[in-house]
Design a protein around this ligand. Structure first.
Ligand SMILES: [Zn+2]
Length: 718
C-alpha cells in the first residue's frame, strides 16, 4: 500500500490491527481496525474491481471500441499480462475497470456471450473482492498497521510481515451465544419460540429470559451492541441458530432491527429455512454462511481449522494466506490454500482464469500415494520386533515440490525441452527458467512451519509453545492440501503430470534411502510413503543420527528419527492368513508412547467402550521389553479383556459408550446394501430428521444378524 503522504500527517494516523474487510457499496471497501487504544474504527477505502479479457488482436480491438458505452465500465486499457500461466510469454490483454462490484459477473457473462464463448477468455472475474483488495494493497488480516484515512481513501503502512512468527494480535473480545427454545414437538424447529438466551463473555454471563419473544430478540441486539464483542461463537449458528433467530425476528415483525453486526445490517431471512430441523448429530455438510459485518461469527460446528487448530491456527492461516478471518473460519482448507496461490499469481501479473472451481474434497497425499502403486511400499515383516527405529522424512511432498520446482506450468514446460532437471523413471523435463507458482507458495509455508517447530523446541513458556504448535498444525493442513490439489484437474494450478512427477521423486527418494539403510547394516522391516522402519540388533542413536544426516543430504529432504520402539508388532490381514497388510501395527516407543495404525482403537467409528478395552490391553503389553516378557503379558492382557466382557454381559455398560459413529457418504436411499449406517440413517429420516451425506450418524448394534434389517441397529439422537 502507498506510504504515508506528508500532507496527511496532520490527520492523526491510527495504529492498530486490520480486523475485517468487506466490499460495501459500488466500489468501496469497508475496513475495520482495532486500534492500539482499544477503539474499533470503521474506515472506508475506494477500490476498483478490474478483470481481464484475452482474445485475438482484432476481436479485442472491436470489443474495446464498444465496451466504453457500457454503464458498468468505468474505464479500460490494454496491458501486458500473463494470460496463460502455462506459458512464459506476456500477452496483450484488455483490462476493464468495473464501476460496481455487483455488475462484474453480469458484464463478464455478457462479454463471454458476445464472443460466443470461444473468442474471449476472461480473468480475475471471480476472485473475492475482499481478497483482491488485500492482494492489491499488500496487506493481510490482523496485520499490525498504521493508517491515515482522509475521506474515502486509506493510506496504510504495514508494521508487520506475513513472514513474522512472533507477531502480536490484538486482544479480541469474545462472546458465546446459546439459545434455548421452547420445544413444542419431538424435534426442534424454527417455529419453536425462544425460551431464553445466554451470552457468555468468559468473565461474565448475561441471561436474556424476560419479556415476550420480540423483547428478547431486541434485548440480544442491545446487549451485543453494548458489550461489543469482536467474535461471536455459536454451535450450529450457520445451520440452525442464526436462521432460527432470524426467522423468529421475522415472525415477530422485528427483522429490520435484528442486527448483530457492527454495521447496521440486519441478518437475512431465508424462505427455505422452515424445513431445517435441529439435531445434535453433528452436521458436516456445508451450511450457508451467516456472516456478520465488523464482527466475526465463528460457528464451531462449521469450521475445520478452528476446531483442530484453535483461534491461533485460524489467525495464522488467515494472515499467511490473506483470507479475511470470517471467511477463513468456514472456507474449505482448499480455498484458503488457493488464496495464497492466487496472491502469488496476482503479484506476478499472472491472470487468474474465470470459472475454475475450487474442489471441496480431495484425497490426502497419503491416500493418493497408497492408491497409486506399490513402488513406495516395503511390505511389513509380520510379527513381533525389538531393536526397531522409525525414521520419517519431514514434509516430504511439499519439500520435493519446492526443491524440484514442481508446478503445473513447470513440469513438461515448452520452454525447456532440454532441461537438465528430469523426473526419475519418467524422464519428464522440468522448467529451468521459471520458478513455479506452487513452489513459490510452498516456500513461505515451509519456512514458517519449520521456524515454529524449532521455536517449540527452544521455548519454555507452555502457553507460547501451544500457540506455536497450533500455528504449525494449521500450516501443515495447508501444505497437505497443496499436494492434494496439485493432481486435481479442476484446481486452478493443478495438473496430473505434476502430481505424477512428485510421486516419482518420492518413490526414488524412498528407494535410495532403503539402499543406503542396507549399506549401513539395517534391515528395512517396513517402509511406506515417507517413513521407514529399520532394525538392527543393539541399534545406537548415534548410528541412526549419522544415517539420517547422510540421507538428508543425498535426497535433499530432512530425514528425522520418529523414535525407537521398545517393541512393535506388524499384523497380518484378517482375511488372508499370513499376508501382511499396509499400515496395521501397534508398538510402544522407549518413552512409553503408544503408536498404532489400522487397529480398532485408532479408528474413528469404534465405540468408546472398545477403545478403552483395547488401549488397556496394549498398556499391559507395553510393560514388556522382550519377546519373552511380551508373551508373559498376553495372559494379563486377556484378563483385561475378560473383565471388560464381564461388564458388558452383566449389563453395566452405559449405552453411550457402545455407540458406533459413522459418516454418511450418500443420502439414505442411495445405499444399495443394508449397511448399518444406512439402516440408522433411514430410521432417523423416518423420525423427521434432516439426513445429509457428509453428516455422521450414531447407532447401537442390537442384533447384527437379525433377518429384518431394521432390527439390527438402533439410531441414536437426542
Ligand atoms: Zn521452461
Amino acid at each position: 500500500m502507498s506510504g504515508l503522504k506528508s500532507s496527511f500527517v496532520k490527520l492523526n494516523p491510527i495504529r492498530g490491527w486490520l480486523f475485517d474487510v468487506y466490499p460495501l457499496g459500488k466500489n468501496e471497501i469497508t475496513v475495520w481496525l482495532i486500534a492500539e487504544n482499544g477503539e474499533r474504527v470503521r474506515l472506508v477505502d475506494t477500490f476498483t474491481h478490474r478483470f481481464g479479457v484475452s482474445g485475438s488482436f482484432s476481436e479485442l480491438n472491436s470489443l474495446a471500441e464498444k465496451i466504453g458505452e457500457n454503464p458498468s465500465v468505468e474505464s479500460w486499457r490494454f496491458v501486458k499480462k500473463h494470460a496463460d500461466f502455462m506459458e512464459a510469454a506476456w500477452k496483450k490483454v484488455l483490462e476493464i475497470d468495473v464501476s460496481d462490484y455487483q455488475e462484474a459477473s453480469v458484464l463478464a457473462r455478457k462479454i463471454a456471450r458476445s464472443g460466443r464463448y470461444e473468442k474471449f477468455r476472461l480473468y480475475n472475474v471471480d476472485v473475492s473482492i475482499a481478497q483482491a483488495y488485500l492482494y492489491d494493497k499488500e496487506v493481510f488480516p490482523l496485520a499490525h498497521v498504521m493508517v491515515v484515512a482522509p475521506g474515502k481513501r486509506l493510506y496504510c503502512d504495514v508494521l508487520d510481515s506475513v513472514e513474522s512468527v512472533d507477531y502480536r494480535t490484538p486482544p479480541l473480545r469474545s462472546m458465546r451465544l446459546n439459545v434455548a427454545l421452547k420445544k413444542e414437538g419431538v424435534l426442534q424447529k424454527l417455529t419453536d419460540k425462544i425460551d431464553s438466551m445466554s451470552l457468555d463473555f468468559g468473565d461474565k454471563t448475561i441471561m436474556i429470559n424476560e419479556g415476550n419473544e420480540a423483547e428478547k430478540i431486541l434485548q440480544l441486539v442491545k446487549t451485543v451492541k453494548e458489550e461489543a464483542p469482536d467474535l461471536i461463537f455459536t454451535s450450529g449458528g450457520d445451520s440452525f441458530l442464526l436462521p432460527c433467530l432470524t426467522y423468529r425476528a421475522f415472525a415477530n415483525g422485528v427483522l429490520d432491527s435484528f442486527v448483530l453486526s457492527r454495521e447496521n445490517i440486519p441478518l437475512k431471512a431465508e424462505k427455505s429455512c422452515g424445513k431445517t430441523f435441529f439435531s445434535y448429530v453433528r452436521v458436516y455438510h456445508k451450511a450457508p454462511t451467516r456472516r456478520l459485518f465488523g464482527r466475526v461469527h465463528i460457528d464451531v460446528n462449521n469450521t475445520f481449522i478452528y476446531t483442530t487448530c484453535g483461534l491461533e491456527g485460524l489467525t495464522e492461516v488467515s494472515r499467511t494466506c490473506r483470507v479475511p478471518l470470517q471467511r477463513a473460519a468456514r472456507a474449505s482448507i482448499g480455498s484458503i490454500m488457493s488464496s495464497l496461490q492466487l496472491y502469488t499469481a496476482w503479484k506476478e501479473g499472472i491472470l487468474i482464469p474465470w470459472k475454475k472451481t475450487e474442489p471441496e474434497s480431495f484425497k490426502s497425499g497419503w491416500e493418493l500415494l497408497v492408491a497409486d502403486r506399490g513402488g513406495f511400499i516395503f511390505e511389513p515383516k509380520l510379527g513381533f520386533h525389538t531393536d526397531v527405529v522409525e525414521v520419517d522424512f519431514a514434509s516430504m511432498f511439499p519439500m520435493l515440490m519446492l526443491t524440484r520446482n514442481i508446478s503445473a506450468e513447470t513440469v513438461l514446460c515448452k520452454c525447456c525441452p532440454d532441461s537438465k532437471l528430469r523426473v526419475p523413471e519418467l524422464g519428464y523435463n522440468i522448467c529451468e527458467k521459471r520458478k513455479g507458482i506452487v513452489p513459490k507458495t510452498l516456500d513461505l509455508l515451509l519456512r514458517k512451519r519449520s521456524k515454529y517447530k524449532s521455536l517449540m523446541k527452544e521455548i519454555e513458556d507452555k502457553e507460547l509453545r501451544h500457540t506455536y504448535n497450533m500455528r504449525q498444525a494449521a500450516l501443515k493442513w495447508i501444505l497437505v492440501t497443496c499436494f492434494g490439489y496439485l493432481g486435481y484437474r479442476n484446481a486452478r494450478f493443478g495438473k496430473v503430470d505434476a502430481h505424477i512427477a512428485v510421486c516419482a521423486f518420492a518413490r526414488d527418494g524412498l528407494l535410495k534411502t532403503a539402499a543406503m539403510a542396507e549399506q549401513h547394516g539395517f534391515e528395512v522391516i517396513h517402509g511406506i510413503v515417507d517413513s521407514l522402519w529399520l532394525k538392527k540388533e543393539g541399534i545406537s542413536p548415534r548410528e541412526v543420527a549419522d544415517f539420517c544426516r547422510e540421507v538428508s543430504s543425498a535426497v535433499g529432504v530432512q530425514l528425522g528419527v520418529e523414535g525407537k520402539y521398545r517393541w512393535i508388532v506388524f499384523l497380518p490381514s484378517k482375511v488372508l492368513e499370513g499376508v501382511p497388510v499396509l499400515n496395521r501395527y501397534y508398538g510402544v516407543f522407549e518413552n512409553d508412547e503408544v503408536k498404532m495404525r489400522g487397529i480398532e482403537a485408532r479408528r474413528g467409528d469404534t465405540p468408546c467402550f472398545l477403545y478403552k478395552a483395547q488401549m488397556e490391553m496394549i498398556r499391559k503389553l507395553a510393560e514388556a521389553n522382550s519377546l519373552e516378557s511380551f508373551r508373559a503379558k498376553i495372559a494379563e492382557a486377556l484378563r483385561v479383556l475378560g473383565d471388560y466382557a464381564g461388564e458388558l454381559i452383566g449389563g453395566h455398560v452405559d449405552v453411550e459408550e457402545l455407540l458406533v459413529t459413522q459418516r454418511l457418504s450418500k443420502v439414505p436411499s442411495g445405499y444399495a446394501h443394508d449397511v448399518f449406517q444406512a439402516i440408522a440413517a433411514k430410521q432417523l429420516e423416518k423420525a423427521g430428521f434432516g439426513v445429509h451425506p457428509g453428516q455422521t450418524v450414531q447407532y447401537l448394534i442390537v442384533n447384527a444378524s437379525s433377518r429384518r434389517a431394521n432390527d439390527r441397529v438402533i439410531a441414536a439422537h437426542s
